[in-house]
Design a protein around this ligand. Sequence first.
Ligand SMILES: [Fe+2]
Length: 184
Amino acid sequence: MPMQSLIDLFLHELGDIYDAEQRIVQILPQLAGESADPQTQNVYRQHLQETQQQIQNIEQCFQVLGVQPQRQNCAAVAGLKQEHDAFMQERPTPAILTMYDLGAAAEIEHYGIASYQGLIEQCALLGQQDCAQLLQKNLQQEQTMLRNVTSLAHQLGQQSASQQASLGLQGGADTLSQTSAGGV
Ligand SMILES: [Fe+2]
């Protein structure tokens, strides 16, 4: 039977973020373990606890609707994890891996923010204010997490850039302009 109702669409999307958050619970401890920066490790660990709470909020949302929680494979977050694993093959230094992971975490948060915003919009159409409130909590935590990882990436990026400059590793602007002059 074709899917034709807004509630079925909503449940599908809720199942997607339900799957995504459970994948993220697996990913966050790995990111914390890989991070060379203690403040970054703390941010991942704190968000792990928040994510566990977010999963409960989603389960409560299913409950409000009288539906058994069901995961829908979230290929997007699974794909970001695959990209991470492929990047590890490049043998990044701890500092570079820390920067990469902050970027990946920001990508994951953007996905979560877009998902929750869409779901909250659908709650309004369906008159599901209780669900909307639960998902709003998740959205706010995702927005805070995005701000945290963005500012850490900025901070650590500045530090890395000045360290590399002092080690003469940068080559940066010169190398880049030579490369572009070479027509690449
Ligand atoms: Fe998150």
